[in-house]
Write a protein that binds this ligand. Structure first.
Ligand code: MG
Length: 389
């Protein structure tokens, strides 16, 4: 890759893969990671997993897949401008949500509750579990055998207790050191993407209104600018013109602020990045405050909207019922999932079975979870419907 900054990640000085492999012929190592992620089953499932709204409620809602693509688009722009490794940023962005349950955060809450006595469930750690263990299609290893820096970037948060179990990839949560700049920028690209696309989805489906949003500085500032320039836009164009400007001001602020942070820190290498006390990729104080204001608004008015709550309640019921049914008798699991549970049981007993059940449930798409629920609890439902897991 051309023009990489000395403190960017690069495959030559990487900590490499767990299982040594020959270098690809015409790709760099992070391109290979990105390609493996795109070819994974977990990636394809993102299309049918809820971001905030259930996929089948409306065809234009974001799904985990389109969200991940938007994160990757933002992350690549930032990485390229800061001379960081664009392919690594893309690989992290495309895989950051692979471990998400069906039904968005409601699904994560449900599974975490069910897993309470068995070590809990956290979607971010599940993403790492997917790429390290659960994708099973290569001859020589389980998982995708990704580069250290990609795996490190996927693991955004982790308790010290879990970090001790995960080893090197989670060492920074014990040491209090920082991940690569590429990992840092994907984290904020994620926030930039979802804050904006949730405003877009929420507005278009009438769950939040222009009136309410006018109290939010990030929104009203861009609203005024668009109104001044184009006075009589229809609503769809108006929303888009505001949202694109919001994304742009956030990204420009992030690039300017991070560039200045990097200069001040006098970075010479990736090791210098890791030694910093706090992340160098950041918004300015003002933008961070505006972003926080928007996020709090969305939490109160969108994520806790009654229509979103209805879905959450259903999700809780579906996933908890499935979990309990499988835990009660793993013989009702499809063969592959049952064998995984039996193997995990030999390694860690009851907690192992629970982890296997959680893996199976977390891997479901929204509609697969609904079908599976029907098959198990509806006495009129034949169990031989042919929807493939
Ligand atoms: Mg995300």
């Amino acid at each position: 890759m051309e023009n990489l900054a000395p403190y960017a990640s690069n495959s030559a000085s990487s900590r490499g893969r767990v299982y040594a492999e020959e270098s690809p012929t015409y790709r760099n190592q992070y391109q290979r990671d990105r390609d493996r992620i795109i070819h994974s089953a977990a990636f394809r499932r993102l299309e049918y997993k809820t971001q905030v709204f259930v996929n089948h409620e409306g065809d234009l809602f974001r799904t985990r897949l389109t969200h991940s693509l938007e994160v990757a688009q933002i992350a690549r722009s930032i990485a390229r401008e800061l001379n960081l490794h664009e392919d690594l940023a893309e690989a992290i962005a495309l895989s950051h949500d692979l471990g998400h349950t069906p039904f968005g955060h409601a699904g994560q809450t449900a599974l975490n509750q069910s897993m309470k006595e068995f070590g809990g469930f956290e979607h971010n750690q599940q993403s790492l579990r997917v790429v390290d263990k659960l994708e099973q299609k290569y001859a020589e290893f389980n998982g995708l055998n990704l580069m250290f820096e990609t795996r490190e970037g996927i693991l955004k948060h982790c308790s010290v207790k879990n970090a001790k179990e995960l080893g090197e990839v989670a060492q920074r949560f014990i040491d209090g050191t920082q991940p690569s700049l590429e990992a840092q920028l994907v984290d904020l690209s994620d926030e930039t993407a979802y804050s904006n696309h949730d405003v877009d989805d929420g507005l278009r489906y009438g769950l939040i209104s222009f009136d309410e949003l006018m109290d939010i500085k990030l929104f009203s500032g861009q609203y005024e600018k668009v109104k001044k320039k184009y006075n009589d836009l229809n609503e769809r164009r108006l929303i888009h013109e505001i949202i694109r400007r919001m994304i742009n001001v956030m990204v420009v602020d992030l690039i300017d602020t991070s560039r200045s942070n990097i200069e001040k820190a006098g970075l010479k290498s990736l090791d210098d990045v890791r030694k910093q006390k706090k992340p160098l990729i950041s918004f300015s104080e003002d933008m961070a405050a505006q972003n926080l204001e928007l996020k709090q608004f969305l939490r109160k008015n969108l994520y806790q909207h009654y229509r979103v709550h209805r879905m959450s309640t259903k999700a809780l019921d579906i996933l908890t019922s499935l979990f309990n049914a499988f835990m009660n008798d793993i013989r009702i699991l499809p063969q592959e999932a049952r064998e995984a549970c039996e193997k995990l049981k030999r390694e860690s007993g009851e907690a192992g079975v629970a982890r296997g059940v959680a893996d199976y449930i977390a891997g479901m798409t929204d509609r697969y979870a609904i079908v599976e629920y029907e098959r198990i609890f509806n006495p009129r439902q034949l169990s031989f419907t042919n929807l493939i897991p």
